[in-house]
Design a binder for this molecule. Structure first.
Ligand code: EPZ
Length: 430
């Protein structure tokens, strides 16, 4: 089993380059199924979620070739399969976007239920199903047997519909868009998610010839269009990777320029860092410099759908708040249970009290310890905590981190962090 070994105490300094957005890329790759042809997609991050998606695309009959470090060529000319086995679906959450794209392309999809991070007892997909059904799909169709582990969706013809989402959902918004772009007539998604990756997918689909309006607002309107075509595209920078390095800079009281970012996407993160007394400067269109010195103030955070504070940044802030003087709070309002990382931080001496959806953090000094990553962003929090703790932190279950952060060890090392990856043969990942 591989682990990260971190020795805390070094300030992060210099420049760090952010990769393409994971949560945009994991929607855009499945979207390539919607039209036959050759796509050149730039700014694709080299992370294990993307490798899992290229495996899936290849299983469906597409060809995927890396033209350089971040440009992926996808040829969907020979895609014929409409079925995704469990061994592939379970690798990641975004495998469920193939339900939308296969349904949009072939009026049929058979996709085993997805994997990915767990934040509570279940991670429901009822609104995705409701959306597909509103477009005319039968799930399961009458000629196939129901199976809790497999989503089978079939439509004679997809027809545009008015779909109101009971709760703002990134996944349901994206999946419904994927199915609706080729449906006959107009689809309206009300109470839609407004995240940057939802907008990026809409821009990509429009470049393929789709007619989507309103992405980035809570009402998305789609005029169905059967004649989509392959296109070239460059994915937006990763908001959460950028935010993670901004927080790491603050936690180590460093001075770091985070490059290849869209500062607008970082506004809620920047605001909370400033609340803590961290200096954040927007240098130009695509970089920010974060610097911190000495004691930081506590702050209060509530996670919300975009443009609110992103839930995907709350555990990294949790690590930072342990280093701020006084009492801070985080209220998690998107997921039922996203505080499991606090138990790991407690092993490092963190003083955190979780009551339901609110965690309070009492500033203290952290000490190195043996911890694990409970999920992707929890793993990022363990790294940040390790970077500002005294002594050695050994972080297990790092496969979670590698699903979403490209070369995190190399990038942090180049900014002065004492972090390395080591193999521990004989120790099993469980
Ligand atoms: C996406 O997950 C992201 N994943 C998550 O990021 C992120 O935490 C989340 O959006 C919220 O921003 C990807 O983009 C691949 P949701 P998703 O549907 O789409 C409830 C990361 O670390 N809900 O917006 O699965 C749900 O339980 C990952 O990069 C339903 O009730 O999240 C939650 O409470 C982790 N029924 C809320 O909506 C549904 O059918 C928001 O979930 C769907 C969701």
């Amino acid at each position: 089993m591989e682990k990260y070994i971190v020795h805390g105490g070094n300030r992060l300094t210099g420049k760090i380059e952010v990769s393409g957005a994971k949560n945009a890329a994991v929607a855009i790759l499945p979207a390539t199924i919607l039209a036959s042809g050759v796509y050149n997609i730039e700014n694709v991050p080299q992370i294990s979620d993307i490798f899992a998606l290229t495996n899936i695309l290849q299983t469906l009959g597409a060809e995927c070739v890396w033209l350089d470090h971040s440009t992926l060529q996808i040829d969907t000319t020979h895609v014929v399969s409409r079925t995704l086995p469990a061994s592939l679906s379970k690798c990641l959450r975004a495998s469920y976007y193939f339900v939308g794209s296969l349904l949009g392309r072939f009026n049929y999809a058979k996709v085993a239920t997805p994997g990915g991070c767990q934040f509570g007892a279940t991670r429901p997909i009822d609104m995705h199903i409701k959306g597909f059904e509103a477009l005319g799909a039968k799930i399961p169709p009458s000629d196939e047997e129901a199976d809790d582990e497999i989503i089978i969706a079939k439509a004679e013809n997809l027809l545009g519909a008015y779909i109101y989402l009971d709760k703002v959902s990134v996944g349901a918004t994206i999946n419904i868009m994927l199915a609706a772009v080729r449906a006959r007539g107009r689809t309206v998604i009300e109470n839609a998610a407004r995240e940057p990756h939802v907008v990026d997918l809409a821009v990509f689909l429009n470049k393929m010839g789709a007619h989507i309006n309103g992405a980035g607002t809570n009402t998305i309107k789609i005029e169905g269009c059967p004649d989509l075509h392959a296109t070239d595209y460059s994915i937006i920078p990763d908001q959460i990777e950028a935010g993670t390095y901004m927080v790491a800079a603050a936690a180590t009281r460093g001075e770091l320029t985070v490059c290849n970012v869209i500062p607008k996407h970082l506004e809620s993160i920047t605001a909370k860092l400033r609340d803590c007394g961290v200096t954040v400067l927007e240098n130009d269109d695509d970089s920010v410099t974060v610097s911190a010195n000495g004691p930081l103030r506590p702050c209060h955070i509530k996670t919300q759908p975009h443009p609110g504070f992103p839930t995907d940044m709350q555990s990294q802030f949790g690590a930072l708040l342990c280093t701020c003087t006084g009492t801070s709070t985080i209220t998690e309002s998107v997921w039922d249970d996203r505080f499991s990382y606090t138990k790991q931080l407690a092993k490092m001496g963190a003083k955190i009290n979780v009551t339901g959806k609110i965690a309070s953090f009492e500033g203290t000094s952290l000490n190195g310890a043996e911890v694990i990553c409970n999920d992707l962003r929890a793993g990022a929090a363990m790294i940040i905590a390790g970077l500002c703790a005294q002594g050695e932190t050994v972080i297990g279950k790092i496969h979670h981190v590698e699903r979403g952060y490209e070369n995190i060890v190399g990038k942090l090392q180049a900014c002065g962090a004492d972090i390395r990856k080591e193999n521990f043969p004989g120790e099993e990942e469980n």
